[in-house]
Design a protein around this ligand. Structure first.
Ligand code: B12
Ligand code: SF4
Ligand code: SF4
Length: 249
């Protein structure tokens, strides 16, 4: 098996269109619930590669249909980038499990079931937001979205779990986390139409009550107020942190 360098994987992901790429070692998931560890997807997993593609805020603003279609477009795009990375790993003789995001709607009965919030996330094996934090791409905002220095919460994510031993990225520090989501900020709380966001975290059921009807009406979860209202990432400039994993300006 020929060796695939970490820098080559990253360059490949950026060339395929990723705006963000980061790498976590599986050791970083040791404290996670057993069923949320990468080994659940690939027994001899060593690394998790996370890719992000930017949300264009102006496109999700005008109405819910444009917003839903934009989110679907990004899901297709990051799924394809993750698949391409899986193919590259396969060419080099490694194993790869691609963790994409859904394009179509799920069964509406499942979506309305009281167990939906427990069943649905588990279908994906790992949480790509958590993986992105472990891969040094950003932090959890009070909105529970991934915030990155360049895009704030305005990106969507896919991941690849692999047995290739890649060099993990540095995680963001607490100080960097406070810069991104300052303790005094609560902008997303007031913007959320479902009143789902508080200092206690997010009430997923309240959020789902807002976005569930969008799936039937517009083809996808369309509400994005927590993304639009967040000031993080709006003042990013070239010399900001973590730029090596970011598509060049
Ligand atoms: C399920 C899901 C939802 C559910 C939420 C239900 C839920 N319980 O998570 C619903 C439908 C409500 C939802 C809503 C939205 N979602 Co969504 N969703 C997902 C999905 C598929 C899985 C998330 C997941 O695993 N949740 C389960 C767990 C991890 O949730 P948790 O509360 O964070 O974790 C708890 C426990 O599991 C445990 N735990 C978990 N890990 C660990 C680790 C340790 C160490 C410990 C001790 C404990 C622990 O502790 C936590 C606290 O109780 C991801 C894609 C993916 N594969 O990851 C997208 C994803 C998170 N969604 C996304 C988006 C954008 C949205 C929406 C804006 C809707 C839209 N227009 O697309 C809203 C935003 C809501 C918000 N403010 O976060 C993006 C987020 C991008 C970003 N910048 O962060 C993702 C990553 C999809 C993507 N393609 O990019 N989503
Ligand atoms: S997607 Fe909408 S309802 Fe859900 S947390 Fe964000 S702003 Fe609130
Ligand atoms: S709007 Fe403010 S509180 Fe909410 S995630 Fe963004 S920076 Fe944090």
């Amino acid at each position: 098996m020929s060796v695939l360098e970490t820098s080559e994987v990253k360059r490949f992901a950026l060339e395929k269109g990723a705006d963000l790429v980061g790498i976590a070692s599986v050791e970083r998931f040791r404290e996670y619930p057993q069923d949320r560890q990468p080994e659940q997807l690939l027994k001899n997993a060593k690394s998790v590669i996370v890719v992000g593609v930017r949300v264009l805020a102006d496109t999700i603003k005008p109405n819910l249909l444009l917003s839903a279609l934009h989110h679907i477009t990004l899901n297709i795009f990051h799924n394809q980038i993750a698949y391409e990375i899986g193919r590259l790993l396969d060419d080099f003789g490694y194993h790869a499990v691609v963790v994409p995001h859904r394009i179509g709607n799920l069964d509406p009965d499942l979506r309305s079931s009281p167990d939906y919030m427990e069943i649905y996330p588990r279908l994906f094996g790992i949480s790509t937001r958590h993986a992105a934090v472990e891969a040094g791409l950003g932090i959890f905002g009070k909105s529970r979205l991934l915030l990155t220095p360049r895009f704030g919460p305005r990106q969507r994510l896919a991941a690849v779990v692999t047995n290739a031993e890649l060099t993990p990225d540095r995680k963001l520090t607490l100080e960097e986390a406070h810069q991104l989501c300052p303790p005094h900020c609560k902008a997303c709380f007031g913007a959320c139409p479902g009143k789902a966001l508080t200092l206690d975290g997010i009430d997923w059921r309240k959020c789902n009550d807002v976005i569930r009807p969008h799936n039937g009406q517009y083809g996808y979860s369309a509400c994005s107020e927590c993304m639009l209202s967040c000031p993080a990432g709006l003042t990013f400039h070239k010399n900001s942190i973590n730029k090596t994993a970011t598509r060049s300006l």
